[in-house]
Design a protein around this ligand. Sequence first.
Ligand SMILES: Nc1ncnc2c1ncn2[C@@H]1O[C@H](COP(=O)(O)OP(=O)(O)O)[C@@H](O)[C@H]1O
Ligand SMILES: [Mg+2]
Length: 227
Amino acid sequence: MSKVLNVKDVTKTYRLGEVPVQALRGISFELHEGEFLAILGPSGSGKSTLLNMVGALDRPTSGNVIIDGVDISELDDNELADLRKNVGFVFQFFNLIPRLDAQGNVELPLMISGVPRDERRDLAKRALEKVGLADRRHHKPSELSGGERQRVTMARALVNNPSFLLMDEPTGNLDSKTAVGVMELVADLNSKENVTIIMVTHDPEASQFARRTVRMRDGLIISDEVN
Ligand SMILES: Nc1ncnc2c1ncn2[C@@H]1O[C@H](COP(=O)(O)OP(=O)(O)O)[C@@H](O)[C@H]1O
Ligand SMILES: [Mg+2]
């Protein structure tokens, strides 16, 4: 399987006040097509910081992040934004547009990349089918449950056919029963649709659904194991 991501000796230091914060202190790992990786660690261990690098949202202080063979430290802001189209983002807060129905929300990234209307509609429909929401296409976010909203977010992330999905605490806002349903769907997307996934979580139960777990503490990887 081809390598979609290579993270080499990455550090990140935030300089806000007097005391710099070393959020990442030398992180290395690789990700191949078809993997489902959980990054597990307590709050403050650097998970979101790492996800921002891997999603080309931010550059490391030192080290290399290579996405689909491209080293992000060599890119300017426009090129970085371009590379970001290879990544599907699923964040804890759903960020759905309230005015638009599920279909409209999923079409949004396609509209931004200038995909024609009919094609947009078909692709969004198919993405909603993949997450089991075909019959909720014309519901607005306020008419959907928390779990359904998270599924719409997933369909929206999938619709551009990204190299991999990045999820930051995808079950963080959900009750435990709904969370299990969402995690089962994520595991299915990986095993049946061959979607490559990195999921960040502080919840060991959510990480059980992944096929590999990287554990973080204080900006370092403390273990990297197959589940
Ligand atoms: N934008 C920022 N500016 C300054 N410090 C930050 C910023 N983002 C995160 N940090 C600090 O970096 C460390 C790691 O944070 P974060 O990556 O959010 O951890 P996690 O997602 O595991 O909870 C924490 O000490 C946090 O306070
Ligand atoms: Mg976080």
